[in-house]
Design a protein around this ligand. Structure first.
Ligand code: ADP
Ligand code: MG
Length: 316
């Protein structure tokens, strides 16, 4: 068995992209191992689409290097295009054709024989729950159906690498959930996915690893769990019956790093640094001082906490 790791399906190495004075990317690097999902997370204008356009050979980077399936995107754009599927926020399907016609056309444009193109279209319509609507013009489809068709179109040729640029932006929660299920299935089939999103929940749900970008720079990376633990710690939330009791508790628990309640609040946060023992010692101390605790809760940091602390803005 080889001990060397296989070539990543996607490599971005120091990507810089200038549009005149606009520095859309200022040196972005990341790898996506084969068969995994990378979530490229960032607010509007962070540079997500620019990175996707470089990886899909639509844009040539100002500086830096990128590879897809081991092939340099600038040196061999046609070879790269044969190995990728691209789907995104703006569905690139013909409104006046039916779903079936759209998918068959994509197959024909990719040099499949007519019978093969039809068979592949039927297979994808089934997989994406579009069989019932297959013979209707796309202009009659809902937003969620269009996105599913667009994603199906990107998969006609079984590309090993799929780039999804904000695949669920603007969809209602039910359609988003639907698309998440479909993307989850693709990944279990071994497709490598790079997915851009502004939604923490989406990255948390679909991505093996997350790269957070803001203003064209990588500001954090890791698994969702790593990002959360890096930036937030679990706290024990103690609720008291009145502000005076809360104030007494803060005084008693000062050595535990207890936070002072805000205003008239009756809630005290206690960092859970020392594990369960911390809680036991804190509660014993409060009991000794006859301070009654009303409620005990745990607060786990969310990706939203992480995002706000990294970029200064809420993502969703
Ligand atoms: N063709 C272009 N010409 C000039 N500026 C651009 C162009 N494309 C993108 N930008 C700018 O680059 C920055 C990053 O844009 P983009 O990659 O679309 O961000 P995101 O997809 O994360 O919202 C933005 O400031 C955007 O206005
Ligand atoms: Mg974008």
């Amino acid at each position: 068995m080889s001990t060397s790791s296989p070539t990543p399906a996607i490599v971005a190495d120091g990507l810089v992209m200038h549009f005149g004075d606009v520095h859309a990317l200022q040196g972005v690097s990341f790898d996506v191992p084969s068969g995994s999902v990378l979530g490229l997370l960032g607010p509007n204008g962070a540079g997500k689409t620019t990175a996707v356009r470089i990886l899909t050979t639509i844009l040539r980077p100002t500086r830096g290097r990128a590879e897809v399936a081991g092939i340099d995107v600038v040196a061999h754009p046609n070879d790269v295009r044969r190995r990728i599927g691209l789907a995104g926020q703006y569905a690139a399907v013909d409104e006046n054709l039916t779903g079936r016609e759209n998918l068959t056309l994509v197959g024909r444009l990719n040099h499949l024989a007519t019978g093969d193109a039809r068979r592949r279209a039927a297979e994808l319509l089934e997989q994406f729950h579009l069989s019932d609507a297959a013979n209707r013009p796309v202009r009659t489809y809902s937003g969620g159906m269009r996105r599913r068709l667009d994603l199906a179109a990107a998969l006609v040729t079984h590309p090993p690498v799929l780039l999804l640029d904000e695949p669920t932006t603007g969809l209602d929660p039910a359609s988003r959930q639907d698309l998440w299920d479909v993307i989850g299935t693709l990944v279990s089939d071994g497709t490598t996915v790079l997915l851009t999103t502004q939604y923490l929940e989406e990255a948390d749900r679909l991505a093996d690893r997350i790269v957070v970008i803001d203003h064209g720079l990588v500001v954090a990376e890791g698994t969702a769990a790593q990002l959360k633990s890096r930036l937030g710690e679990t706290t024990v939330v103690l609720s008291f019956h009145d502000p005076a009791a809360a104030a007494d508790a803060v005084g008693a628990l000062v050595d535990f790093g207890a936070s002072r309640p805000v205003g008239e609040q009756v809630v005290v946060h206690l960092p859970l640094r020392g594990g369960a023992g911390t809680v036991r010692d804190a509660l014993n101390l409060l009991h000794d001082r006859s301070i009654d605790v009303g409620r005990i809760d745990l607060h786990e940091p969310t990706l939203d906490d992480v995002f706000i602390s990294l970029t200064g803005s809420s993502a969703s």
